[in-house]
Design a protein around this ligand. Sequence first.
Ligand SMILES: [Zn+2]
Length: 251
Amino acid sequence: MPSYPLRALVLRKTKLGETDTILTLLADDGRQVRAVAKGLRRPGSKYGARLEPYAIVDLLIHTGRNLDVISEARTVESNALLREDLDLSAAASVVADLLDKISVEGQAEPVLYPLAVTTLETFQTAEKGAVSAVVTAFLIKALAMHGYRPELEECAACGGRLEDSSSLSLEHGGVICGACRAADASSLRCPPQARAWLRKLLHSTLAEIASSQMPQAAVYDCFILVRAFVEYHVPARLKALDFYAGMLTVK
Ligand SMILES: [Zn+2]
């Protein structure tokens, strides 16, 4: 059987038969790869806890007739804290769920992988209070890299000046001017200050965002807008994002 090496981030585990598991992986070139880990759910499996969600692993994979099969696994970065801490686990699952839905088998998207790795790393080093800003930044950056970069500089409908515009249009994919707003039923309230924060989330590095001490109210306003933007452009239901939104509301 031909085999190939793969460095990848584990996104999701799905049960297969009695003791096997299908892993959904994000390869380091941004492709989605699905492969079977035989006997992973058997006590004393040779993989131990290496193939858990959010772990980064080096794999050797055999090409199978239907599904490829993992034959060796080595931990590159366990990211164990993301599975042990409830808040971090909720944040990491937003990342894994979105990547699971937007990555495609056989289609490289090289910028997604480094974004994912840096986001998961930043969750673990950031102050607790900064994690939701990092989640929001990840969402807007991932969407931008995936072809849905929100227009925040000029009117997304007519190209005109924004001045004190206060609307984000889902249909036009960005902020729109007052004149265009009247004709757009998909627009959401987005005051100039929220637009300024959205620009910061889009353009700053994750480390800068983690240390920016963005006010929680501003994070929440941006999260609501970015979540609506994600849901408009990603056709699949994102359960982890729904759960995270519920957590932010409670806090
Ligand atoms: Zn306009």
